[in-house]
Design a protein around this ligand. Sequence first.
Ligand code: FMN
Ligand code: EPS
Length: 383
Amino acid sequence: MRFLTAGESHGPQLTAIVEGLPSQLPLGAEDINPWLKKRQGGYGRGRRMVIETDTAELMSGVRMGRTTGAPVTLVIRNADHRNWTEVMDPAPGNEPRKKALTAARPGHADLPGGIKYGHKDLRDVLERASARETATRVAVGAIAHKLLSFFGVQSVGYVAGMAGVWSATPFDWNLKERVEESPVRMTDPQSEAEVIRRVDEAKATGNTLGGVIEARFKGLVPGLGSQMHWERKLDGRIAHMAMSVPAIKGVEIGTGFDNAMKPGSEVHDPIYWEEGRGYYRPSNRAGGLEAGMTNGEELVVRAALKPIATLMRPLPTVDVVTHQPADAARERSDTTAVPAASVILEAVVGIVLAQAYLEKFGGDTLDELVERVERYKERVLAY
Ligand SMILES: Cc1cc2nc3c(=O)[nH]c(=O)nc-3n(C[C@H](O)[C@H](O)[C@H](O)COP(=O)(O)O)c2cc1C
Ligand SMILES: C=C(O[C@@H]1CC(C(=O)O)=C[C@@H](OP(=O)(O)O)[C@H]1O)C(=O)O
């Protein structure tokens, strides 16, 4: 399964084409839209999220509620486009350009992208660099998760800490509903209240905030990915996908960074075996991956999100037309997007996992795939 996304933040629409899905997968906009809604949410988002109500339209590859095996095209329209028709018009004209941006914003694609692609109106860069693109990737992720649900995989995305406040309660699957209802996707109300206070404060003072997010998956079969070649290693593929989400600057599997400062005897997870249960480990510091393969334990992916780069009290920069010192451009912006990013992380790691299942088990129809996964689960138990 592979996919492409296209579309600008303020263009008419975002588009994704997903190729390589099995046929007979039940699929409708109702499987995708709840994910899109979750991605739009989270305390600290800006006014753009009031304008948009992201919904997916399936344009190909699905008939009568099931995939046909043909490429699936999905479209998400940008409601805000109606305010940007002149600015985003593909036809020549409309000069001088409205909403042109020349004071490169530190922390954004503006300057490197302007140099690389030869633009002096940095809007030509930022329109595609915008995290608006993650709406499309989350929609593709929703399809991947639909597929994973047939293999018995469950998942969650939540905020481990943000705005300088760590969640006081470690995640437990009993808290999944709590997380889904929390405006900051945190496990405990005390941390949540303090985070909300700090987001309000940051917004009032023109500042921005980052945080640490986690995605967990349980029910994965062991042996997804491979140790045999670098590009097949699942840890690398997950890290690539996660790191490519805008503003994610660190990716960790399990307790990777803590482990680094401890002796091996305190890090590696001992292996046990029980009739009917098979192999298991009482601890999971490896985060469900060994040598680029799932090991049957819960997959735990952690990521660090930098604070939003657009500051309402702008940093010094340079105007790329005049080369004069300038205040960085101010665009309408989020104060923080950490809760949304936890939804994105859960969705996009799901894409990598669905790809790994499809590679390992093949199959043109959903039934074929499910049958092969079930047979493999029996073999794993008997191993
Ligand atoms: C869901 C989400 C929303 C974001 N919203 C904003 C925003 O409103 N303003 C902003 O400056 N950056 C925002 N970002 C981050 C920028 O897109 C990102 O920092 C920028 O494109 C530079 O890429 P990099 O941080 O990966 O280096 C957001 C990121 C995510 C994941
Ligand atoms: C549009 C989304 O996020 C946007 C991501 C973003 C950025 O610079 O990344 C900047 C803002 O764009 P705008 O100026 O249109 O408000 C965010 O709203 C979205 O998440 O759907």
